[in-house]
Design a protein around this ligand. Structure first.
Ligand SMILES: [Zn+2]
Length: 327
């Protein structure tokens, strides 16, 4: 799988997007980053290099953008979307609330136009203007962006979802295929959506899945280790591998490389093993410090333990607090 992706990257080359006339600090940061666009499968493309994976479905209806990325990358992401399609952006979808995924909502939604309303969802008046794309997410995303617990401040109104859903899933049809948003409660956060492009056979997994770190569990935003595991198992239930277990459904994690079902099985097994080890130590009445000292992640730290901002100890602590119910 890795070889395939590298070959694809080489074949497609790099799309360097240069943004000028920005304030100096921002311009310097942006000038150093070049984004890559990769064709994932079917109608679905990946814009990589923005700090998160930006997934874009293209077609005659206009682009659908899942997680447009952080605010500082908005203009570059939009320029990269333009290399895939000149049409107005139709929908922006958020897998969850974090600002590295939603910060560019405003910039990308402003490049769009809305498409009717309804479809059994709630449309919020604020921020919905005639020339903007809808921003769609689970209702918990709006709750937490608009009304976060102190001392956090609400996100800017222009970043909020304009359409939310509260059912277990939301489905609609765009660019010739069915699109399913599946709510995964209490996983990375309590408002996670897995976004399944059914005909292209691609799933944008958000931060329930990462190939470059242990799963990040945001306890304060309602996340939990068991919810993450349910999410990984849900992804496995949706995914179907191709011949000889290679290929088939492609899964795009929030961070890291495009995966197939075999990659996901390996990751799910790793998370299950660590969860079981920590659970076992909790049953033996070990304290958090004793659990950390027992190094329940040791054999996986080489691969997953070096992520910026999410160390092995932070992961163990989140697993422990979730399982011990002591947060
Ligand atoms: Zn996140």
């Amino acid at each position: 799988m890795r070889a395939v992706i590298v070959a694809m990257a080489a074949a497609l080359g790099f799309v360097a997007v240069v943004v000028s006339a920005l304030p100096t600090a921002v311009a310097q940061e942006q000038a150093q980053v070049s984004l890559r666009t990769l064709h994932v499968q079917g109608n679905v493309h990946l814009i990589a290099g923005a700090g998160v994976n930006v997934v874009v479905q293209v077609g005659p209806f206009g682009p659908v953008v899942v997680d447009p990325g952080p605010a500082r990358m908005g203009k570059q992401v939009l320029a990269a979307i333009r290399t895939l399609s000149p049409r107005p952006v139709r929908y922006v979808i958020n897998t969850h609330l974090h600002d590295d995924h939603t910060g560019a909502n405003d910039i990308v939604a402003a490049a769009g136009s809305p498409v009717g309303q309804g479809r059994g969802s709630t449309v919020i008046g604020a921020g919905l203007q005639a020339t903007r794309a809808e921003i769609i997410a689970n209702e918990q995303v709006l709750q937490r962006m608009g009304n976060p617990p102190a001392p956090s401040k609400p996100a800017a109104v222009v970043l909020w979802p304009t359409t939310t859903y509260s059912n277990p899933s939301k489905e609609f049809f765009t660019n010739g295929e069915g699109l399913q948003m599946v709510h995964q409660p209490s996983a990375h956060t309590d408002g996670d959506s897995l976004v399944f492009f059914r005909r292209s056979d691609v799933i944008a997994a958000g931060d329930v899945y990462s190939t470059v770190s242990y799963p990040r569990i945001d306890l304060a935003a309602g996340g939990s280790i068991n919810g993450v595991l349910e999410g990984l198992n849900r992804l496995l239930a949706l995914a179907i591998s191709g011949e000889k277990t290679e290929g088939g459904t492609m899964i795009v994690p929030g961070h890291g490389r495009i995966s197939d079902e075999a990659d996901l099985v390996e990751y799910r097994d790793m998370v299950t093993i660590i969860r079981d080890r920590v659970q076992d130590l909790i049953e033996k009445k070990r304290t958090l410090e004793q659990v950390k000292a027992a190094r329940p992640t040791m054999d996986f730290d080489g691969q997953y333990g070096n992520a910026p901002g999410w160390t092995s100890d932070q992961f163990i602590e989140a697993v422990y607090r979730g399982l011990a119910g002591s947060r």
